[in-house]
Ligand binder design. Structure first.
Ligand code: PNS
Length: 158
């Protein structure tokens, strides 16, 4: 069974992320969604909240497991016996960072391939930071995040 890792900070998870998880889950036997515990940029949501929102939003996918990791992603991927790391690509602006990360991981472990999923056009504009900004300023984030995340952000505003 082919195993993939879909890593990220998920701060918070968006429908763009869920679209990628669903598509990865239809190709791989098992997908570990790996939430980084201590992201490089300080996360806005606590680690526990990011995990909870993701678990809730992926519970319909039986071959998806939400876990956490710290340290090097490639070490976590090796531990899980993954054959691939999955990342989503939106605009050209994503490319440089993703290119560097994929090549670095490949240098450290050539057996694990990084596979990119092109975003669905519906989510091409979407990012966790855009969602946070809209929610903080009182706008609607319906259709941008899973319903449980929308409710969570509404509760926070109150
Ligand atoms: O959602 P993000 O913030 O774009 O995810 C970035 C993430 C977590 C995938 C990346 O920062 C990462 O893999 N961090 C772990 C540290 C690591 O392995 N660094 C070396 C590869 S560049």
């Amino acid at each position: 069974m082919k195993v993939a890792i879909y890593p990220g900070s998920f701060d918070p998870v968006t429908l763009g992320h869920i679209d990628i998880v669903e598509r990865a889950a239809s190709i791989f036997g098992k997908v570990f969604v790996a939430v980084i515990k201590h992201p490089e940029k300080q996360a806005n949501f606590s680690f526990e909240d990011r995990m909870k929102m993701l678990k809730n939003a992926t519970k319909h996918l039986k071959n998806v497991i939400v876990e956490s990791f710290s340290g090097l992603l490639i070490d976590y991927a090796k531990k899980k016996k993954a054959s691939a790391i999955v990342r989503g690509l939106r605009a050209v602006s994503d490319f440089e960072y993703e290119f560097q990360m994929a090549l670095t991981n490949r240098k450290m472990c050539p057996q694990i391939e990084t596979i990119f999923f092109m975003t669905d056009y519906k989510y091409a504009y979407l990012s966790s930071s855009i969602v946070r900004q809209i929610a903080e300023l009182g706008g609607s984030i319906a259709g941008m995040v899973p319903p449980n995340v929308e409710n969570e952000l509404k509760k926070r505003r109150k």
